[in-house]
Design a binder for this molecule. Structure first.
Ligand code: SAM
Length: 256
């Protein structure tokens, strides 16, 4: 089949599928591209994350997150599978995380899960460009007053800001990246992260929405051990990366 014919066929199939999506009233969808995994060495190395993922999924299955029903988005906290909150809870329970970086505070659902599933001496450091009080937040003043959570109004994709918080980033056990997904922030942040030598320690990077079209190159470019945990996390893509030895990037796929 020549190229023109196969492209016409592809457009036809895509249109047919999209029509079905509307017919079946699917709540939310987007178009993505599925990549092969066997030719991505970081995926092969990611096999070592399977025992942790296995236990975390088991814990997520049993976990129930206390939700304030008056908050509109609280329905997502216990949506499992489909949303990532219970998996996040399962993961932090299993990694003895004391220093957690949560990038993208929003209404504080991820921060709440981290707070509720870690010991009292664990601290959540959450970053946003908007103060947490501006949202109908799941977080409470007491969480800030007792020092368990700190918010920084800062854009970590900016070199100066990144440098300001490098020591914190280097001592972290977990970085959860759930910011704008605008095709710029995440690329800039990972570029900066890959350019520094981090303290060697067990450390995870969790990335939300790795199936978005503008996140596909980002995920593919990661050359540190990684696993796609989408079936147990957020339906739009949940990626887990072992960055204990820092973050390695394959610039071939990296477009920013
Ligand atoms: C998807 S929401 C985060 C959801 C949050 N993790 C939760 O579970 O409730 C994305 C957040 O990223 C924030 N954001 C946008 N640009 C940012 C930036 N440059 N740095 C940090 N946060 C940013 C937005 O203000 C928004 O609150």
């Amino acid at each position: 089949m020549n190229n023109l014919k196969s492209n016409i066929l592809l457009i036809f199939r895509l249109t047919k599928t999209l029509l079905k999506v509307y017919k079946y009233k699917i709540r939310h969808f987007f178009v993505t591209i599925q990549f092969s995994l066997d030719d991505d060495p970081a995926v092969s190395e990611g096999i070592k994350l399977i025992p942790l993922l296995n236990q975390s999924v088991k814990d997520a299955y049993e976990l129930r997150i206390k939700a304030n029903k008056r908050k509109k988005d609280s329905v997502f906290l216990n949506t499992f599978p489909g949303e990532h909150y219970r998996l996040l809870g399962g993961l932090v329970k299993n990694i003895d995380a004391k220093t957690i970086i949560d990038i993208g505070t929003f209404t504080g659902m991820s921060s709440k899960v981290f707070l509720e599933n870690t010991p009292q001496d664990a601290i959540v450091h959450t970053f946003d460009v908007i103060e947490w009080q501006k949202f109908d937040s799941h977080l409470k003043k007491i969480n800030f007053n007792n020092g368990r959570i700190k918010q920084y109004i800062s854009d970590l994709s900016q070199k100066e800001e990144f440098k300001k918080y490098l020591e914190l980033i280097s001592t972290s056990d977990l970085i959860f990246l759930d910011a704008p997904k605008d095709g710029r922030f995440e690329y800039r942040f990972l570029n900066l992260l890959s350019g520094v030598k981090l303290k060697q320690k067990n450390r995870l990077l969790i990335i939300d929405d790795i199936k978005f079209l503008n996140m596909l190159s980002l995920w593919r470019s990661i050359n540190s051990p990684k696993i796609d945990a989408t079936s147990f996390g957020h339906w739009s893509g949940t990626g887990i990366v072992d960055i204990s030895n820092g973050l390695k990037l394959n610039k071939k796929y990296f477009h920013n």
